[in-house]
Design a protein around this ligand. Sequence first.
Ligand code: ZN
Ligand code: ZN
Length: 276
Amino acid sequence: MLSPDLHIHTFHCGHATGTMEETVLSAVAVGLPEIGFSDHFPYPAGFSAPAPDCVIPSLEEFRVYAAEVRRLREAYAGRIVIRFAAEVDYLEGWGERQAAILEPFEFDYTIGSIHIVKQAAVDYREDVLLSAADEWGGVEAAWDLYWDAMEAMIRGGGFHIVGHFDLLKKYPGGVSVRNHEERVRSLFAAMKSSGLVLELNTGGVDRASDRAPYPSVRLLRLAAECGVEVTLGSDAHAPGDVGRHFADAARLLRSLGWTHTVGFENGEKQYHPIPG
Ligand SMILES: [Zn+2]
Ligand SMILES: [Zn+2]
């Protein structure tokens, strides 16, 4: 038995592969009791995307994705629980309008993530990150701007889970040499007081420069000390990615003192014992 996998993409976003049904079958095969499709929500009208194929391109296509989640939920009832969600980009100044656009979808939950800092897609290509960082005064300045955006996202609310918390470590050139403890503690305290859940994103094991989940163990330990709740997500971009590295992740979470991960139904938290 594995913990629910709440972070899964589909071909609708333009940079993931396989059919959604293949993803469900893969999840059943690896023993996941529950998954949540959380594909990239479209950018707001008029927003010019800093990179191609980052999100589901339109609300029309997003509705097609939504309908397929509903169909699969019915078709596989009794074999696996399927939740309907979205990963939503935090974009400066878009908070209130965003809530009104998200609401009619009646998501089980939403993941708030920062992929764009000041119009630069920071997880798209290393050279894109580094040239933006140059403009801002270096990689450490990029981290300061990233944390500023994180703070604004957390304070703005309107979502349930904070995705890949320290994403800038994805590329070797984005790794910071500073100790971010003070800043991160204040972010975790804000998350704790508003009930936001931290994602342990196992995609980092395959994709991040340090071959470790987001957030890094050092930051995860701070989250445990701050009493922040956690969820697990593979950030799957192919059917075979679902549940990846979840046994290791479960061991890590237990070693830091967590006993449960969080899932969501209609926005309500559910607590799942961490196996092991
Ligand atoms: Zn993401
Ligand atoms: Zn994602």
